[in-house]
Design a protein around this ligand. Structure first.
Ligand code: ZN
Length: 288
């Protein structure tokens, strides 16, 4: 998640009775593929001959708006709800789509059980690396390419139109506050972003921004590649020093040793960039 959607979500949860479809947009971005954006959150909506797949209803008031907006474009029922990952603000609202298959990558199941505060979707289907949902004339590929944000990280791709969907992997020219990145594996995030770029998508739905984010996806893939290279080079120097403590000492100092001023005009650079360096350092060195 990023900060702004959280604030919006919290407001909406607190005032769910007045939540409305006023600011929701349901934009057809390819044949039968819609980008639904409301309350700071995106969903991919794929309307096929045999049913409808939606991603991340996120929370109940938003799910109800999604259902109402969907009824304006199709009379087909929602047959599949695919969850992008296990974070609390992405797994609520599934109960609105009665009878639908609820799909989550298997790593997320144990995490959902740990916090008494988490919504607990009735997940009916899990998968390991990939699952293809056949909607008749449309196929939606769900892929777990790596652990990224959370551990059940899933991206979606519509085979026919090459529209992709990902969540909490990037924002257009913006660094997320570090609180939201502390369980994000940055090496995995880089793998996911580069794979999405390689797919050469026609349209990229991003978890928390409206519009086509293909350019932001490319920019962020480039940024993660550069950051990883800078961090790896620092650790290679530390290992080459022969001092077994050097890599560990570097963990404590590295956030003050790397700057990337070419990204200083991205939002939150001053406050969040050092945490990005530290997070990448942990992912590179420590596997977390
Ligand atoms: Zn998240």
């Amino acid at each position: 998640m990023s900060l702004k959607p959280l604030l919006i979500a919290t407001t909406v949860l607190a005032t769910s009775s007045v939540a409305s479809a006023q600011d929701a947009t349901m934009t057809e971005v390819a044949d039968g593929v819609f980008h639904f954006f409301a309350m700071g959150y995106s969903s991919m909506v794929v309307v096929g001959e045999d049913g409808v797949l939606v991603t991340d209803p996120s929370f109940t008031p938003r799910a109800k708006i999604l259902q109402a907006e969907l009824e304006k474009v199709t009379d087909k029922p929602v047959t599949h709800v695919a969850l992008s990952h296990e974070h609390f603000d992405h797994v609520g609202g599934t109960e609105v789509f009665e009878g639908a298959e609820i799909i989550m990558q298997e790593n997320g199941i144990d995490i959902l059980k740990l916090s008494p505060l988490m919504p607990t979707p009735e997940v009916t289907t899990t998968f390991d690396d990939e699952l293809t949902v056949d909607l008749g004339n449309q196929a939606v590929e769900l892929r777990h390419l790596a652990v990224g944000d959370g551990v059940a990280t899933t991206v979606a791709r519509v085979a026919e139109s090459n529209v992709v969907f990902s969540v909490d992997m990037y924002m257009p020219q913006e660094f997320s506050p570090h609180e939201f990145k502390e369980d994000t594996n940055f090496v995995g995030t880089g793998i996911i972003l580069n794979t999405l770029v390689d797919w050469n998508p026609s349209y990229a739905i991003n978890g928390h921004s409206a519009g086509n984010s293909v350019e932001a996806l490319q920019e962020n893939a480039q940024f993660f590649n550069e950051l990883q290279a800078r961090v790896e080079a620092k650790f290679q120097e530390a290992f080459a020093s022969g001092d077994p403590a050097a890599p560990w000492n570097l963990l404590f100092s590295i956030s003050g040793e790397i700057e990337m001023p070419e990204y200083s005009d991205w939002e939150n650079y001053e406050t969040a960039f050092p945490a990005y360096v530290r997070r990448m350092a942990l992912s590179v060195l420590h596997g977390g």
